[in-house]
Unconditional design. Structure first.
Length: 269
């Protein structure tokens, strides 16, 4: 199983300075031809086959094994997000074992657990029984893909989370979609009132970024405009200059349309 699965990392970026706030660990599958498969082709199957718990622990093990490379490439202060499936979030036995594994790393406060909103809404014991375990370790909680699940905005009032990631379906072409702009403002205002950091997912164009900068208070974003996912084998050994590794992150689309501050020394430091 280990030989077929691999890790990649995508940066969460400060849209004002292009500094890296954190990274999200992404799992990918290599098929028999060595071609990388997106998670939509295998995650649901892994859940059905009962392999998802092992896969999540595998991701954590790869992070721990490669922490020096990660620190050299993204910075030693960058948070590290790991996705947990809704079925896992509703399984106290798995969540306790995963919390123990995070504690065993020696740096649990670096981690953020990303769960979809239905983990809070449909599995009430997650909020009251499981979440305190991670809180005691200093592990952050992120609501992933917000806006496409089962909850309403009012449900946010009962959710204890540190970060909310607005689903890319609201960010795509946001500059020319007034209704999405209204929804974005509502989520942003409520999240701010509740003390949650907002991440805009799926930023892929200069126009989307420019809208977020000019018409929102959102500070952080993630998407191909800033960086494609970077695989572990692409990270340089620590003995190489950090600038070499970080320059790989600059190979993102629409370079010619990017504002000046995104092309200079401040780009994804």
């Amino acid at each position: 199983m280990r030989s077929r699965f691999c890790c990649a990392f995508q940066a969460k970026v400060d849209i004002r300075t292009h500094d890296i706030k954190g990274i999200e660990a992404l799992v990918r599958l290599r098929d028999d031809e060595g071609v990388i498969q997106a998670p939509g082709t295998f995650i649901n199957l892994a859940v059905e086959l009962g392999l998802i718990d092992e896969l999540t622990h595998l991701v954590l093990a790869e992070i721990v094994k490669s922490i020096d490379l990660i620190n050299e490439s993204f910075g030693p202060e960058a948070g590290i997000s790991i996705n947990v499936a809704a079925k896992q979030a509703g399984n106290p036995e798995f969540m306790r074992s995963f919390a123990n594994a995070l504690e065993a790393t020696g740096f649990p406060k670096r981690f953020m657990i990303e769960v979809t909103e239905d983990a809070f809404v449909t599995k009430t014991h997650f909020q009251h029984e499981i979440l305190p375990i991670f809180r005691n370790l200093g592990v952050g909680i992120s609501i992933d893909d917000f806006g496409i699940g089962y909850s309403s905005l009012s449900a946010l009032a009962d959710i204890t989370a540190d970060e909310i990631k607005i689903d890319r379906s609201f960010i795509t072409d946001i500059h020319k979609r007034p209704r999405s702009q209204g929804i974005l403002r509502a989520i942003e205002s409520l999240s701010e009132a509740l003390g949650m950091t907002v991440i805009a997912e799926g930023v892929e164009s200069f126009e989307e970024l420019a809208y977020l900068q000019a018409a929102s208070k959102i500070r952080y974003a993630q998407g191909f405009y800033f960086s494609r996912p970077i695989f572990l084998e692409e990270l340089k050994p620590p003995i190489r200059a950090a600038s070499e590794t970080r320059s790989a992150l600059a190979s993102r689309p629409l370079q010619e349309n990017r504002p000046a501050y995104a092309r200079g020394d401040r780009s994804l430091r």
